[in-house]
Structures are given as structure tokens and as C-alpha cells.
Design a protein around this ligand. Structure first.
Ligand code: FES
Length: 392
């Protein structure tokens, strides 16, 4: 197979590819962002680039004027590289404009740190909490098993009728409680109607700075993660990035079509890797141990949440438009490939339907629309838009 080399400016990145591949395909292969709402069908006109030199073959298009074509403009998805080619990606086709917005967004959420307890909108009741316990030592009179002893002590503080514990935690329990002289910290997470004992640590690890959660907005274009101290409800920091699924299509239908044709693995891996990169930036900047991040809650449209969980999204776009689940269960974050505490939990906000997702549920909750007296409108102006009209 004949190879060609394409250099993309202004970065000057070189990508080798098959002769005859389109500039959009080559850029995607090299991890270079070129806007492409229609996913390469030649109908959106967003993938405009400027050919600085080299041999190309461009399909005719009505989306560029004759003057633009004379100045070297071409649609990346309709232009094949036949030799060594130099391409300039103009600002409107690059992602850099949006970077400023992301930085501002992260800055805005960082300011939430200042919210005091009295101003807080929600009662402090995290999905995953840590509880320090001093267990009574077993005696001949009080000879409960280690697990039941721990459960009994937890129930002195919390109303948790149904509790469960994984085998790994159970296997380490006798050693942990005795090594720590029966002073332990239990991490408890909600899983449906039951409470799971996620881990048992020796000593007191229940105070501030020991249990963190992440609130992640999985947007079609951008992904924003907030690091929250679950002992105090304070947002410590925020970080944002582009959704790396963008090269697979700028809007959700294109990505569903991509998943149908090529499988959803690349899309799933892209978003998982974005979230892992955000987590890694947040924990290193704030000197938080990954082990102390015990949960993350993700909100996004129904397609984004399907792709994150590795659920087949193809039925979302075909009548009668059926999601795999509107309320996916909490899962172990590690099962999805997200790197927090290996036993940490991933929650996704419940979707309302195929085209109204968990991001809207989050918006209704966060704005308090569901408690408002008067008829209220909530508008989400995102890559796709939704409007909610209602009250309590
Ligand atoms: S015209 Fe839409 S990606 Fe090229």
C-alpha cells in the first residue's frame, strides 16, 4: 500500500497514511482535531482547511465559493491526499476557541468552594461516606462474628437495614480489625436499596481530606470534572477538557452511526481516558490520593452515558427510540476502566428518555425547578438543546 505524509499546521504535526485517504481521516488517525459535524459526509462544511502545497484530489462542493477554492480552501473530508501534502487548519476549524470557554467554566466551578453550609442547596448526605468506629472487642459473652460486629456498630449511627460486603473486604476483615485494635473506618456506598461496605481501613480516616467524590459533566463537546470533599461538601477544584470523541462526529447521531459501523469500543475508550486524565490532573494538583477518591457521579445526555458505560446506543436513534436503561445501576468504577479507589462506585444520573438525558435530570435537581411554585422553564443550551417546562 502506497503511503503519503501530511503535515498539519500551525502545529506542524506529521501523519503518515494510506495514499487516497481523506485529510479528515488522516487527521483523525494522527489525533488532530478538525471540526466535522456531519462526520465526513460533505454536507456540513465545518471541516474547512487550507491546502498550502502538495498533491490532492478534491471532490466538487457547493460549500466553498470559487474565491475560497482559489485561495486554497478545501473540505478535509472531501479531499484525498495523493502525495506529500501541507495543510493549514484555520482557527474556525480548530478547537482552540472553545478552550477559553472551558477554562472559564472550570474557574467558575472552582468558585463554588466558597459556598457556606447555610447557603448550600442540598442537605449534606453523600452517596459514599466514611464512618470512624471503635468496635467493642469480642468476649465469650459477646461473641458475634467480625462482620456482624461491624454491621451492628454501623447501625448504631446509621439507618441501614440492608448491608452487603464484597468477598475481598471480608477476607481482609479479621486482620484489619485486630491490627488496628478494633478502631476502623468503614466506607459505605449506596447501591440501590442496599448499602455496600466498600472498604474497611485501620484507624481514623473519616475526617476532611480523606474521602473525595467527583461530579463529572460528560458533554458532547466538553467534559468537566469537579473534585468534591465528601466530608464537607466543598468543591475543591475543577478541570475540563474536550470530549475526545469529537473526531468520531461532532454530534451524538454521528457517534451512534460510528459505533454501529465500527463498534463502540473506540468511543468508550475515548471518554474513559478523558475522565481518567481529568481525575489525574485534579488529584495531583490537590495532592489527593487516588485511593481516597471513592465515587464519581456522571451526568450527560443518554448517548454519552451509554457510550461511557459501554452500552449499545444503536436503538436510541431508531424508532421506537429505546435506551438500554434509563436508570443504569451504580457500578464499580474500575469495571468501566475509571481509575479511582479500585472498589469505588460510579453513579450515572437517571436519563428521562432516549433524547433527554441525565444532564437534564441534574439540571432540574440543581436549579430546584421541581420545588418551584410557578411554572418555570429550564433551557440547556449545549451541543444539542433541551427545554423543560414545569414546577413542583
Ligand atoms: S463537510 Fe462535514 S465533515 Fe466535511
Amino acid at each position: 500500500m502506497k503511503k503519503v505524509r501530511v503535515t498539519f499546521y500551525p502545529e506542524g504535526e506529521r501523519v503518515e497514511a494510506r495514499r487516497g485517504a481523506t485529510l479528515l481521516e488522516i487527521a483523525k488517525e494522527g489525533g488532530i482535531f478538525i471540526a466535522s459535524i456531519c462526520g465526513g459526509d460533505g454536507i456540513c462544511g465545518r471541516c474547512r482547511v487550507i491546502i498550502k502545497g502538495g498533491e490532492v484530489e478534491a471532490a466538487p462542493t457547493t460549500l466553498l465559493t470559487r474565491e475560497e477554492i482559489q485561495r486554497g480552501y478545501a473540505l478535509a473530508c472531501q479531499t484525498k491526499a495523493l502525495g506529500e501534502v501541507e495543510v493549514l487548519i484555520p482557527p474556525e476549524t480548530r478547537a482552540e476557541g472553545a478552550q477559553i470557554l472551558i477554562d472559564e467554566d472550570a474557574q467558575r466551578f472552582r468558585a463554588l468552594y466558597a459556598v457556606s453550609e447555610e447557603q448550600a442547596f442540598f442537605r449534606h448526605d453523600p452517596l459514599v461516606k466514611k464512618l470512624y468506629l471503635e468496635l467493642p472487642r469480642p468476649t465469650l459473652q459477646d461473641n458475634l462474628a467480625d462482620q456482624e460486629r461491624l454491621f451492628r456498630e454501623i447501625r448504631r449511627y446509621l439507618n441501614v437495614p440492608l448491608m452487603q460486603m464484597g468477598l475481598k473486604v471480608l477476607q481482609s476483615l479479621p486482620e484489619v480489625v485486630r491490627r488496628s485494635d478494633w478502631k476502623v473506618t468503614a466506607t459505605l456506598g449506596r447501591r440501590g436499596g442496599t448499602t455496600e461496605l466498600i472498604q474497611v481501613e485501620p484507624g481514623d480516616r473519616a475526617g476532611a481530606g480523606r474521602n473525595f467524590g467527583l461530579a463529572v459533566d460528560v458533554g458532547t463537546s466538553t467534559v468537566v470534572a469537579h473534585l468534591v470533599d465528601l466530608a464537607t461538601s466543598q468543591t475543591i477544584d475543577a478541570e475540563a477538557c474536550y470530549n475526545s470523541q469529537l473526531p468520531f462526529g461532532e454530534e451524538v447521531t454521528r457517534r451512534i452511526i460510528y459505533a454501529e459501523r465500527e463498534g463502540l469500543k473506540p468511543l468508550n475508550e475515548a471518554i474513559v481516558s478523558d475522565i481518567n486524565n481529568l481525575i489525574s490532573a485534579l488529584v495531583s494538583r490537590n495532592r489527593v490520593e487516588l485511593h481516597d477518591v471513592t465515587t464519581l457521579v456522571c451526568a450527560g445526555n443518554t448517548t454519552m452515558l451509554h457510550l461511557l458505560l459501554g452500552l449499545d446506543p444503536s436503538h436510541l436513534r431508531k424508532s421506537p427510540y429505546i435506551p438500554t436503561a434509563t436508570t443504569p445501576p451504580p457500578v464499580r468504577a474500575a469495571e468501566v476502566g475509571i481509575k479511582i479507589n479500585p472498589r469505588g462506585l460510579l453513579y450515572t444520573m437517571p436519563n428521562i428518555g432516549s433524547w433527554v438525558g441525565g444532564d437534564i435530570t441534574a439540571g432540574i435537581l440543581a436549579t430546584g425547578l421541581y420545588q418551584m411554585e410557578g411554572l418555570t422553564m429550564f433551557i440547556d443550551i449545549g451541543t444539542n438543546g433541551e427545554i423543560v417546562l414545569g414546577n413542583r
